[in-house]
Ligand binder design. Structure first.
Ligand code: NAD
Length: 462
């Protein structure tokens, strides 16, 4: 109940009248529960709207940049909640505002920053009220707004290279059928020393969700401070899973496909397909997309998304897709081969993205055995990836793999050897990719004032 005291009204996008109605509704709801509701006014473009709202809320105005703090303090507002992380380089500005009589509550991103600020305050005989409040909650909508394919590509690429240098580890994966609503639940965790990341992604697949208007894939990432173990962010990971998978595939395409690749072939036009498309477009000049899916209902909107991007789209049979593609991506939950060995032309690059569980399969094992093989994680590829079938049939061994994609990125392993070689990336999805994009969302959220700060483990320093 106490946490409700901290509630901030989401006034950012609302007009004053709507805000007042919301506050009245919230008060009426909370008062009978014995909760004191003290809404804050969030950033507003105009001082008039802000004044009206402050009169209603009787609370401070919440700003997310020092520029806004300046604006409101110049208009005589003295109760300001600076609800973003204060970096050490902002200390002087903060001190100047305080000298003007502005009451500041600072929310800090780390204990280290708090210590620096306290030292600074002591040396200037100043007093700050500090709230150490390290937990940021980033919603699905915010994650979508914050993370684009280009940024995701860069962090996923770096993450692969770090894995190859043994400076990051994925921990054993948990994946269980819950026995309820046919759901599969899993936890993927890892630690990246180079990027100072520790965390987990938990979630899975709830096949009956679609009928309730929800996506079947649901997951969330929890990030921890590697030094203290304190939780630093909870990030909705549905969109981020898609974009990190598109990014992983795009890194493989960037390093392994022929630079003159112009035709993208897709086997599968479900949720992941659009991320695969955008990832590929970020690294190659694609002119035509040829795709197959057993569901016409899925293929049609995917085709529209392709033409909206100014590309030619052709719906075709599996064999034609495989025969025409320079870059071929398979991304279905199939449990039997969809692409035969003889269909694929020399020089094609394949990203096998659908198989991420024991039993899933999209390619003829003979095709896998014939290709130059690259994986995201060796053990996962051989056990749950596309390689599991060729490996199980004795067509390949661990030594048959040319290397990890990270080793290619880090320059530790040779990639494509000729324009006629068929290269194959077996992407099973690893925790470190999830942590990398969640951390990207966290850093961008802090920069841009996104996310909701939760008083999760506060310690007031005076
Ligand atoms: N490698 C990774 O990192 C990673 C990440 C996310 C998802 N995935 C996997 O990718 C696959 C696709 O995910 P999605 O989110 O797009 O799923 P989705 O359910 O949204 O779409 C799957 C598509 O495949 C088609 N399909 C279904 N069964 C098929 C079958 N037996 N043969 C051929 N096509 C079939 C469907 O019509 C649908 O269009 C899943 O297996 C998922 O687990 C892998």
């Amino acid at each position: 109940m106490q946490a409700l005291d901290q509630l901030e009204t989401p006034a950012l996008l609302l007009d004053a009248a709507q805000m007042e109605r919301n506050i009245a509704r919230m008060r009426a709801h909370l008062q009978p529960l014995g909760v004191t509701f003290r809404p804050h006014v969030k950033t507003h473009k105009s001082i008039d709207v802000a004044r009206r709202m402050m009169a209603t809320t009787q609370g401070p105005i919440t700003v997310s940049t020092l520029l806004e703090a300046d604006y409101f303090s110049a208009h005589g507002v003295t109760d300001i909640l600076y609800a973003v992380c204060i970096a050490p380089n902002k200390f002087d500005h903060v001190a100047a505002l305080q000298a003007r009589g502005v009451k500041l509550t600072l929310i800090l991103d780390s204990l280290e920053t708090a210590r620096l600020l306290v030292d600074r305050a002591r040396s200037h005989a100043q007093r700050f009220d500090l709230l150490i409040d390290t937990m940021l909650v980033i919603s699905e909508k915010e994650a979508r707004a914050l993370v684009g394919i280009d940024d995701a590509l860069q962090v996923v690429q770096d993450c692969f290279a770090t894995m190859a240098r043994n400076a990051a580890r994925n921990y054993p994966v948990v994946r269980e059928a819950t026995g309820h609503r046919d759901a599969v639940f899993g936890v993927k965790a890892g630690c990246d020393d180079a990027a100072a990341l520790l965390g987990l992604k938990a979630g899975g697949y709830w096949p009956q969700n679609m009928a309730r208007g929800l996506g079947n894939h649901q997951s969330s990432t929890l990030l921890f401070d590697r030094d203290t173990g304190c939780a630093s962010a909870l990030v909705s990971a549905n969109y981020l899973t898609g974009i990190r998978t598109g990014a992983a595939s795009a890194v493989a395409t960037r390093f392994l496909s022929r630079p003159d690749s112009r035709v993208l072939g897709l086997i599968g036009a479900g949720v992941q397909a659009i991320y695969q498309l955008d990832g590929t477009l970020a690294v190659r000049v694609i002119e035509k997309v040829v795709a197959w899916d057993p569901s016409a209902d899925n293929l049609a909107p995917f085709g529209r998304a392709v033409t909206e991007r100014g590309l030619e789209f052709i719906a075709a049979e599996r064999q034609q897709v495989a025969q025409q593609a320079d870059v071929l991506i398979t991304v279905t939950p199939s449990t039997s081969a969809l692409v035969e060995q003889g269909w694929v032309r020399p020089g094609t690059h394949i990203n096998a993205m659908g198989a991420d569980t024991r039993g899933k399969q999209e390619l003829d094992p003979a095709l896998v055995a014939r290709a130059a093989l690259f994986v995201d994680e060796v053990a996962q590829a051989l056990q749950i990836g596309e390689c599991q079938h060729a490996f199980g049939a004795g067509l390949i061994t661990a030594e048959s793999l040319r290397g990890s994609l990270g080793a290619v990125v880090a320059g530790l392993c040779e990639g494509r050897r000729s324009d006629t070689e068929i290269t194959l990336f077996d992407g099973t999805g690893v925790a470190l990719q999830d942590l990398a994009v969640a951390d990207l969302a966290l850093r961008l959220a802090r920069q841009r004032g996104f996310g909701s700060t939760v008083a999760y483990q506060d310690a007031a320093l005076r």
